[in-house]
Design a protein around this ligand. Structure first.
Ligand code: HOZ
Length: 431
């Protein structure tokens, strides 16, 4: 598609990458498969802008899928990385840096009484599942259709994000014996949840949920649905795991659990905790976390876990999120953009629904806001692809999938957002 725009270098790089990297990319959504065209190869980023290998400059609504809350190339984060890199890169041994970030995370997420650093969100959710199974001595997991919790075997069943984008319901390579232990039910479906607990409750180690789903677009939960999860889990002795890899430090400083005032037993956090470097964290109730080795028998380990550079970068970002008013401002600006977007969509007879919390939002080409994966699937996905391509021509970089969420930074000024809405108007007229 990308006609009119210079993409020669990206095209060549993608062609070459395909010879050496599986699918030419290191994560499937990046391949632009569902939206068409060639993935853009980026070279530089500043504030809310991305610069590609062909010299194009884009307004970015991906923000590295979350971490760039304060915009790209934040000075304090860069300084922290430089400072730590000159001191030491990695020890595979404890450091003061880990203690510092642990205290900040606990302060922002009071439900995480003890934490463990890992290297990605996938590792964090995977470790939560093992811990929940080991702690409860039960094996089954309840997850919700369209929620994505990383590429963990037990959780890669009817998942969102890349699987939804590519239309892969269940990945080959996962033994049936294992996927049988995962019970999947629709998001926001209390009746299905009650039925699942009635049938399997005694065997359920945990319910894992994105307390605001970000991997099937942006879907808010009904509060009564979250309450039901808590109530049934308590009743049956199952744990509640919140996967806040996308929502943590994003919808509010303390994630969706701060917004809804719920305290899950375990929480998984990811990318944002590293300020853009590869980091994950899991944590929760002290008595559960004490079951992890070396204090307990449930094993989990990693040489690069708590890597000094990654945690320094993370701490530099998290310290700057101290003032919660950042989130009010992000949401205010985001709402302004989405209102304008809806206005121009309406003007062009295009149905559009949207939702936002803090610095994370989603929009769908549908009359009403979808409540679950099926409803997202029923939105106009083809229109999304055309809109994506049109916006790319306008040098606006959206997530290359209708099943992902968008991210704002404090560097997205009102002027920049108004410019993006104007571009959307132009695109709506042409598609
Ligand atoms: N699945 C990731 C976001 N939900 C996207 C990963 C990537 O391509 O970087």
């Amino acid at each position: 598609m990308t006609f009119g725009m210079k993409t020669k270098n990206s095209k060549e790089l993608f062609k070459k990458s395909k010879e050496h990297i599986a699918g030419g990319v290191n994560s499937p959504v990046r391949a632009f498969k569902s939206v068409g065209g060639t993935p853009i190869f980026f070279r530089k980023s500043r504030d809310c802008y991305l610069y590609d290998e062909d010299g194009n400059k884009y307004i970015d609504f991906v923000g590295s899928w979350g971490p760039m809350v304060l915009g790209h190339s934040n000075k304090q984060i860069i300084d922290a990385i430089k400072k730590q890199a000159t001191r030491a890169i990695s020890f595979g041994a404890p450091t003061k840096n880990e203690l510092e970030i642990a205290k900040i995370i606990k302060n922002y997420f009071p439900s995480m009484e003890k934490i463990r650093m890992v290297n990605s969100g996938t590792e964090a959710t995977m470790s939560c599942i093992r811990l929940a199974r080991g702690y409860t001595k039960k094996n089954k997991i309840i997850k919700f259709i369209g929620c994505y919790h990383g590429h963990v075997d037990s959780l890669l069943v009817k998942a969102g994000s890349g699987l939804a984008t590519l239309g892969i319901p269940d990945s080959p390579g996962i033994p049936e014996e294992l996927s049988k232990l995962t019970i999947t039910i629709p998001y926001n479906d209390k009746e299905a949840l009650i039925a699942a607990f009635k049938k399997y409750g005694k065997e359920v180690a945990a319910v894992i949920i994105e307390p605001i789903a970000g991997n099937m677009g942006f879907i808010e939960p009904e509060i009564t649905f979250l309450e039901k999860i808590n109530q049934l889990s308590r009743e049956y002795g199952s744990l509640v795991i919140y996967d806040e890899v996308m929502t943590g430090f994003r919808v509010a400083r303390g994630g969706a659990q701060e917004l809804y005032k719920f305290k899950p037993d375990l929480t998984a956090l990811g990318k944002i905790v590293g300020g853009g470097l590869p980091v994950g964290v899991y944590g929760g109730k002290r008595e559960i976390m004490d079951k992890i080795a070396p204090d307990g028998p449930i094993y989990q380990a990693g040489t690069l876990s708590g890597n000094p550079i990654a945690v320094s970068a993370g701490a530099a970002l998290l310290k700057q999120l101290k003032d919660k008013s950042i989130y009010k401002d992000l949401e205010k600006n985001g709402k302004l953009f989405l209102e304008l977007l809806a206005e121009v969509a309406d003007k062009n007879n295009i149905p559009l629904s949207y939702n936002i919390k803090g610095g994370m939002f989603g929009f769908f080409f549908s009359r009403g806001l979808p409540k679950n994966f099926e409803e997202v699937n029923n939105s106009d996905l083809d229109l999304f692809s055309r809109f994506f391509q049109g916006m790319l021509q306008e040098k606006i970089y959206l997530p290359p999938s209708a099943f992902e969420s968008c991210f704002l930074s404090t560097k997205h000024s009102k002027e920049i957002l108004m410019k993006a809405a104007k571009s959307a108007d132009k695109v709506f007229k042409s598609i």
